[in-house]
Design a protein around this ligand. Structure first.
Ligand SMILES: CC(C)(COP(=O)(O)OP(=O)(O)OC[C@H]1O[C@@H](n2cnc3c(N)ncnc32)[C@H](O)[C@@H]1OP(=O)(O)O)[C@@H](O)C(=O)NCCC(=O)NCCS
Length: 129
């Protein structure tokens, strides 16, 4: 997962394998996995947050991200789903819009970037039936 994360987010601080293992010790945090891809979600009292979603660049554009998102949203007990995405991440924003998410807020200069000014974060939310 750490390798996929580093490849998928080259401009972000990498997450070490130990950090990811620590997160997965939390019983509220779940991993959803696919070929060369994973997502981490945290669900508390029916509210589920997508902590990250990463598809290795070599595997992108083949439906994997959409499939992982569908798996997350289909989990029992999830009533509200929410996430944050960088405002310049057009691919991810298109995916989230097409799966029923709508913008709910904006955090200015939220994501630090290695060689560029920080990017705004868009907060998105979807109510599930
Ligand atoms: C964003 C990401 C998770 C999408 O996963 P993916 O497997 O590549 O995407 P899919 O093949 O499932 O495509 C799903 C939708 O995403 C959008 N999308 C995917 N790649 C895109 C691109 N290059 N440009 C624009 N939209 C794109 C489209 O809406 C697409 O639907 P369509 O195929 O019906 O047009 C993946 O590209 C990724 O890991 N990117 C780097 C890390 C990242 O940005 N994670 C999300 C952080 S919030």
């Amino acid at each position: 997962m750490a390798q996929i994360y580093a490849a998928a987010f080259p401009d972000m601080r990498p997450w070490s394998a130990a950090e990811i293992a620590d997160l997965l010790c939390n019983p509220m945090i779940e991993a959803i996995t696919g070929d060369d891809a994973f997502g981490l979600t945290q669900t508390i009292a029916g509210e589920s947050e997508l902590l990250t979603l990463a598809v290795h660049p070599g595997a992108q554009g083949k439906g994997t991200g959409r499939a992982l998102l569908r798996e997350w949203l289909g989990k029992n007990g999830v009533q509200v789903a929410f996430l944050e995405v960088a405002a310049d991440n057009t691919a991810a924003i298109a995916l989230y819009h097409s799966t029923g998410f709508a913008q709910e807020g904006l955090r200015p200069a939220y994501y630090p970037r290695k060689n560029a000014p920080p990017a705004d974060a868009i907060l998105m939310r979807r109510q599930l039936p």
